[in-house]
Every structure is written in C-alpha cells, then in structure tokens.
Write a new protein. Structure first.
Lengths: 183, 295
C-alpha cells in the first residue's frame, strides 16, 4: 500500500463518517448511555461544578447543565453545540463533585461523538492529529529565539536527538487499527 | 562507583518540551545528575495522546500504552516531566491494570509495533521525583547559592494535581510540595487566591484568544500582589505564562512584567549552575530583573 494513500486513509477513518465510524459511534453511544443511566441520576444540580468551572465566566460553560441535558437524552443537541468545545480540561468539576459525577468526562465523550459523527472539528485539532500520524508528535522541532535575538534549535543547545516512533509505518498501522477495527 | 547510587529513569519527553520548551529539558538534564538521577534515553516515544483526547479517547489510551510499553521493554521506570503526559500515562496505567477487557484491546493495538503493556514500570512526575524520590534533604545538601528575599507564586498546573482519583503527586486543593522545595532553596512562597487557576492552554487548539485571556487574568493578579517570580513545572503552562506573556497582557490591557521560571531552573540557579546551561536566555519574561544570581 502506498504510504501517502495510507496516511490519507487513516486521517479519514479517524475524523470523518467513513464506514468504520459506525462502530466507533456505537461504542461512544454505549459510553454515553452508561453515563446517562448511572451517573446523571446521582446529580442533584447543586452546581458546585459550575461555580468552580474555569470556562464558566469566560465562555459560559455550565457543567451542571451538561449533566441535566444528558439526563434528558439531548445528546444530538449537545454534539451540535460549540459549547462542548469550551472545556479546558482543568478537572475541577470531577474533583469537587460531591456525588462523584464527572462532567469533564461526559464532555470528552460528547466531543468524541461529535468527531465520530462527522461534525466539523474546531480549530487545529485536525492538524494536531495529522502531525501525530505523520511524525508521532503534536508538532515538529521548532527554532526558538533567545533574549539577544539569536535563533536556536535543539542541536545549538546541545540537546540529544529527539525521540520519535522508529517505524512510522507500523506506528500508523497501529493508529489506523483503532479506527478501523471494531472497538 | 558513583553509578551505584544513581537511580535510573527513562526520560519520557512528550511533545512540547522537546520541540520548543527547551529550557525545561536543559534544566532537567543539568540538575538531575547532580541529584543522583540518571536519565536514560530511549528511542521510539510518541505523543502521550492527552491533547487529542477530545478527538478520540481510545487513541489517547493506546498512545500512552505504547509509550509505557517502550520503557517496560527496556526494564526502565518512567520520568514524565510534563504534567499532561504524566496524567495520561498514569490514567492509562490505572485503566489497563484494572480493566482486563481494555487491557486486551489496547495490547492488541500496540502489538502492531511489537509492543506489550505489562504494568511493570513506575511512572513518576517532576514533583514525585524531586520531593519524594530525591527528597528535600538531598536537594538541600546541593544548594550553593540560596536565593534571598524572593516572594514566590507557585503554579502547579491542573493536570499535576487533578483528578486525585487517578493518583496525583500532590493535594488537589492545597498542594504544598513546590512550596516545600522552594523554601529549602531560600525562597518565600506565599499563598494567593488564584493559585489553582488554570492557564487555559488547552483552548489553544480552538479558542486561542480565550486561552490567552485565562493566562492574562491570572498573571495580572500575580503582578498586582507584587510577587517577585512565578514558578511553574508544565511546558504548556510555561508557554502561556512566559513565552506568550506580552500577548496575554494585551487581553487584560495590562503591561505584564512577571518573571517566570521553571521550578527546575530556580533549583539549578541555587545549585550554582550557569544561567546559560539552564536555558535562562530562552525565557521571554523579564527574568533578568530578578536579583538572585551571582554578579
């Protein structure tokens, strides 16, 4: 198989509504169902999560409402909303909930569902994913500027060679299996 | 002979530190051998997966597992300086050690690369390593130039202290290990109400302006409370507070001039290591206004 073609296939499988995504969606749906059945019942809407939410004041995320909407099964409405992408994963809601409900985990599941349903992935998540698929890392080595305006990189700073996947093909094969196989 | 007392860890660098936050890596590589820690270089590491958890959590789990498996293959424990990587690897360990079904699935994926997660490697963070493995007394014994009269604000980073259910190196609501370390090098860490506030870095993926606003809001409060220096341990947070400080200031209409150092840099300074070796000329915040090093 051509490498170029293979790279293209894996990113498609991971982020769009290809056939394999049906299985992924089934899996995420089960995860959400479980969260809906078991966890959202414990929530009594005290809103302690929202009072400490780092995204609340700035971006109007209200984690207790996310739990309430999940309880009512309004999953489609949430995955179509930009608000699920305002969470900055500080984990305060999960840490502080007196009922051990974890809105942050519900939000991860909803975002995963949005991606698997072929919704537009916001910002540069796609670029980050593409970079991981091609070099194993979120970004390649950057040159940086020192205080006295000199441009330097790892070797100028006498740092050893960076660690990356040694066999990129096998690495990509592993990642694409996650999207292609039944999970 | 000295090697006998050296404890070894595979250095798991992650992405942000080895591709742009060089000062963190340099200062780690300078201080660790002096604290009798030998860092082992391994080939083949990848991203831990945490930054793309919003896209596909199974991907995150599998990426973390393959990285742990690489160290396990060599019989090494892992030192993960980036709190985000440390959380991802710790969470992966917790899931794979307790969920046999998931363990089988993930191992099936990573077998593609000839890897197997066995659960034998210990995964330590920067705080575990400095505070608990090396220990306060040992650090104290290596201090040559204690810093003086330095009012310090600590920033732990969300992923270093939460969620405690996964097992984190310090308390979720009142972390003190950075303070303990800073006190023995002579600094004066003080509490401030915004201590646990998030830097916003993860919003860089889709809402970069909001990320900068979070950064600016916290630094503005730090500046108002007249702290001499802001100390962090996370390459994501440091990129916000140090590298992007000027831009962060614009979001809150304030000229921010807060010196920001990595914990490992200030320890290195007090151990008498040259500034250049600690990457101090890479800090873009006004660290030169600090009067803590030799003339």
């Amino acid at each position: 198989m051509l490498i170029g073609e293979f790279e293209f296939m894996s990113i498609t499988d991971l982020t769009s509504m290809s056939k394999s995504q049906i299985e992924i969606r089934k899996e995420i749906n089960q995860r959400l169902q479980k969260l809906q059945d078991e966890i959202s019942d414990y929530c009594y809407q005290c809103a302690k999560c929202t009072s400490g939410c780092e995204a609340h004041k700035l971006l109007e995320l209200e984690p207790h409402k996310i739990v309430a909407l999940l309880k009512r099964g309004l999953i489609d409405e949430m995955i179509n909303s930009d608000v699920i992408w305002t969470c900055m994963s500080c984990f305060k809601c999960r840490e502080r909930c007196p009922q051990k409900v974890a809105p942050v985990e519900i939000l991860f599941a909803l975002k995963n569902m949005a991606v698997a349903s072929g919704k537009q992935i916001p910002g540069n998540y796609t670029a980050m994913l593409q970079s991981v698929l091609s070099i194993g890392l979120l970004q390649d080595i950057k040159s940086v500027t020192t205080k006295n305006n000199k441009t330097v990189n790892r070797s100028d700073l006498k740092l050893p060679e960076i660690s990356k996947p040694t066999d990129p093909n096998k690495f990509r094969m592993m990642l694409s299996k996650i999207a292609v196989e039944k999970i | 002979m000295g090697d006998l007392k050296m404890k070894k860890y595979a250095l798991y660098p992650g992405c942000i530190m080895p591709t742009e936050q060089y000062a963190y890596e340099m200062s780690i590589r300078e201080i660790m051998p002096l604290l009798d820690i030998e860092l082992i270089e391994l080939k083949g590491f990848s991203c831990c997966g945490e930054p793309i958890k919003s896209v596909n959590q199974m991907l995150t789990l599998s990426l973390s597992a393959r990285n742990i498996a690489i160290a396990e293959k060599e019989g090494q424990d892992i030192f993960a300086p980036c709190p985000m990587c440390h959380l991802a690897l710790s969470e992966c360990k917790k899931v794979l050690d307790t969920d046999t079904e998931m363990n089988k699935r993930v191992n099936n994926y990573i077998a593609e690369e000839g890897l197997k997660y066995t659960g034998t490697a210990e995964i330590v963070s920067i705080l575990d390593l400095l505070h608990d493995k090396i220990g306060i007394d040992k650090i104290k014994s290596k201090i040559k130039n204690p810093v003086k009269n330095l009012k310090v604000a600590t920033h732990y980073g969300c992923h270093l202290i939460r969620p405690s259910e996964i097992g984190r190196p310090d308390d979720a609501e009142n972390p003190q290990k950075m303070e303990n370390i800073l006190k023995i090098i002579g600094a004066k860490p003080e509490y401030y109400p915004e201590k646990l506030d998030c830097c916003g870095a993860l919003l860089n993926a889709n809402l970069p302006e909001s990320a900068l606003t979070k950064t600016g809001q916290k630094l503005q409060r730090v500046q108002e409370q007249k702290f001499d220096v802001f100390i962090d341990t996370c390459p994501w947070c440091h990129r916000q507070y140090d590298s992007k400080q000027t831009k962060a200031g614009e979001t809150v209409a304030t000229k921010l001039e807060v010196p920001v150092l990595y914990l490992t840099q200030i320890i290195g300074i007090s151990m008498g290591i040259e500034n250049e070796k600690l990457g101090l000329n890479l800090n873009l915040s006004p660290v030169d206004k600090l009067n803590i090093w030799g003339k």
